[in-house]
Design a protein around this ligand. Sequence first.
Ligand code: GLV
Ligand code: MN
Ligand code: MN
Length: 442
Amino acid sequence: MTPDLPPGGARAVARCDALGVAPYSDMAEGLFRAYLTPAYAAAQEAVAGWMEQAGMTVRRDAAANLLGRYEGAEPDAPALVIGSHLDSVRDGGRYDGPLGIMLGIECVAVLHAEGRRLSFPIEIYAFGDEEGSRFPAAMLTSRAVAGTLDAAALDIADADGVTLDQALTSVRVERSRDICAQRVSTSLDTNGGGVAEYLTAAREPGSIRAYLEAHIEQGPVLEADGLAVGTVTGIAAQLRYAVTVKGMAGHAGTTAMRLRRDPLAGAAAMVLAVEQTTRGDDSDAVATVGTIEARPGAANVIPGEVHFTIDVRSGAEERRNAVAEAILVRLKEIATARELDLAVERIHDLPASPCDPALMDVMDEALAAAGQPVRRLVSGAGHDAMNMAGLCPTAMLFIRCEDGVSHNPAEHVEPEDADIALRVMLGFIERLGARAGDRNAA
Ligand code: GLV
Ligand code: MN
Ligand code: MN
């Protein structure tokens, strides 16, 4: 299904491209691969095959993450985990997430082709639910692995009323039919534990020496500076709210304007308040209303109920919280003035996550050894690394993407840049090996 390319950055990019269409997408034109959908199961099947080709044993964990393991000379030594996410936003780009997985597989493919093992194992995690594009939660699967997820967070359903438990069970059925019948049948386990077993995906503290994630920058900084790659210093703190505004549904032709309690008009004022409050803060804080739905949703009916989400971020948690608080005050004022009922639920809260200083130095050294100028930058986007930081030291490498465009089908990465990233990752792994006392490491 992919061009017959040798191991390298070009093959990693080609594999992301191959996963950008049906059956690896559930959208006819474009890419949408949400957690635990048929497209997700199909993509896992393909990635499992590539992991096996690269010399790894493959399994799925209880959170429906796919993971490949390349043994080290000392099997009990704490593993280096390389990971990113396989899911996408609706109508997303092909590289946000999968490129980090494919580059991890390429790292192992290079070692395997050379017949080399480090003292420690390398594991590649293809995480499931980074984007939160199906359930009212995000990053469930890396939180499960890091052991920071609460069982209460698993009691959720998607917009069609399918619970996480049902989705976990049905994707397993799908997989045992579509995947296990094929070449990876022996290496994928088939436990169907649903949410009851979800938290057993947690890894033991101390079992992982470091987590490495390569990801497209999703912003314009590297491109503006003429750089292919850069060392990430940390990830901004995130907050997400689900907002419900209730008014009075009514006839669009007969209800006088002065008698209306229209929650959509109120929500419109609230959306502008989100923008104005955040702009007024004049800091690095950003806030976004990314979804909105009016019910019942008919041209001749004043809506009775509106639902929207707010996403607030900043590199500093106190700044993020202060802006979020100011937004919520404005929302309450608007609701009161318009006699609307307002309910706000916090559905996602992740602290800022600094990368490990010692591993940043290792990454800088690997950049320099690959002939790249050393550049450090912060991430406004969230990544699975935020959660893995609760378990082990983390490092991230950003890769230039065209015009800084992401969460958009126009997302583009040059294969040459992916190749540079691969060389930097291999240099990083060599240096970790040297720190672990491996012979023949850099
Ligand atoms: C993930 O892409 C996020 O930053 O929301
Ligand atoms: Mn994304
Ligand atoms: Mn991503």
